[in-house]
Design a protein around this ligand. Structure first.
Ligand code: F6R
Ligand code: MG
Ligand code: MG
Length: 383
């Protein structure tokens, strides 16, 4: 049935809108091999992924787009299957497996790195790839921004989500737009204890900050309007917690809806003009500035970084992705880039010392414990 509609109208989207079906947006990502070293995804993998997604448009998918941030292959998909759909997750996992095979043939670096298991069991969660999804009824016009990062952890988004949805110094709409004046609800996950909590803002802003100021453990998973409408969704997998050892950094993704009751595009991008330090640079073991860059600069070079973020903007039209617009490809972000690079130099001058290097508790999943094991017998008790 959907195939017939695609022939008539060029996509499954028209079919969905006349039936009042909700649109789902999924972004699923993984590092399945890169070149040289951990710096960028190879075009052959991007082509393979784009081809395989396109084959499913008008059938399982409405639309798709493929890109990369550093060594992470990013699959953007729209469909009507809802979040956590086994078919969508299987499609993404199969594509990652196929791309990992190509990466192995080419002896790309870290081929298959993020695929922690061969056996797909219904959902990519817990298997290595990162996933952010949201399902919603399309408004008359629905601008959506996709953020994709490399060399950092999921909690990196906490600062930005607070600024965007709870800080009136960033988002004047919270004060002057009646449709945002009530504030937003933050769903926070505790990645160590596997539990979640909801905080209403502005009422509970201080409680919220008490937790999300510790981004290695507490991560904003979703933001909702006070009416319960989804506004933002992030990926929260921590590879080292899943694997119990160091397997590269999590390199998170995030989707944010914009305008008409949600923050304006400019309010969403504004906090990225502040230099901000995140964890995950070089060997997943260093703090560094989070650099907003255009897609052509989404390649990690300087000390395997610095951690960087790209943003693609689309209008969602009956499930079709109209775009993309490369949102950080703008001289407006030149100043934060140069200030961040100054910070990068300052941190690099610390060499192997904290706070450039992560704290001991966060180094637990690196190769440092192996060094400690080798030296264990050299230690003598103090008198
Ligand atoms: C990977 C990353 C890199 C690597 C580093 C060492 O995402 O951040 O900094 O950790 O290049 O890589 P290996 O251990 O593979 O030689
Ligand atoms: Mg890698
Ligand atoms: Mg990466």
């Amino acid at each position: 049935m959907k195939k017939i509609w695609k022939k008539l109208y060029g996509g499954g989207g028209y079919y969905s809108s006349v039936r009042g079906v909700k649109t789902t947006i999924s972004i699923i990502k993984a590092d399945v091999g890169s070149f040289p070293g951990h710096s960028r995804t190879h075009p052959r993998l991007l082509e393979e992924a784009a081809k395989r997604l396109r084959e499913r448009e008008g059938d399982l998918l409405i639309d798709s787009f493929v890109t990369h941030c550093g060594d992470d292959l990013e699959l953007l998909m729209t469909h009507e299957q809802g979040v956590d759909s086994e078919e969508i997750h299987r499609l993404a996992y199969d594509i990652f497996c196929r791309c990992a095979e190509i990466a192995k043939e080419m002896k790309l670096y870290g081929a298959g790195q993020d695929l922690l298991s061969d056996a797909f069991c219904g959902n990519v969660k817990g298997m290595g790839p990162g996933v952010a999804e949201m399902e919603f009824e399309e408004r008359a016009s629905d601008p959506v921004l996709f953020f994709m990062a490399d060399k950092t952890e999921p909690g990196a988004w906490n600062f930005y989500l607070y600024r965007i949805f709870a800080d009136p110094f960033n988002t004047p709409g919270l004060v002057i737009d009646p449709s945002m004046h009530e504030g937003f609800v933050f769903e926070v996950h505790d990645l160590f204890e596997h539990r979640k909590v909801f905080f209403n803002t502005p009422e509970e802003s201080y409680n919220l900050l008490a937790y999300i100021g510790a981004p290695s453990r507490f991560v904003v998973k979703h933001v909702f309007s006070k009416k319960g409408v989804i506004a933002a969704s992030t990926s929260t997998q921590r590879l080292n917690l899943l694997a119990g050892r160091y397997v590269g950094k999590d390199d998170p993704v995030m989707i944010i809806r914009s305008q008409s009751g949600f923050p304006a595009v400019g309010e969403i991008l504004d906090p990225f003009t502040t230099p901000f330090i995140v964890a995950g640079w070089m060997r997943g073991s260093h703090h560094g500035p989070f650099l907003p860059v255009g897609v052509c600069d989404a390649n990690c070079t300087f000390f395997d970084g610095p951690p960087r973020v790209i943003c693609l903007g689309f209008q969602v039209c009956n499930g079709k992705l109209i775009g993309p617009a490369d949102m950080f490809d703008d001289p407006g972000f030149d100043r934060v880039r140069s200030r961040s690079l100054e910070l990068a130099e300052m941190l690099r001058a610390h060499g192997p010392f904290e706070p450039h290097r992560l704290s001991l508790s966060e180094m637990e999943y690196t190769t440092l414990p192996t060094v400690e094991k080798q030296l264990r017998d050299r230690w003598e008790p103090l008198e």
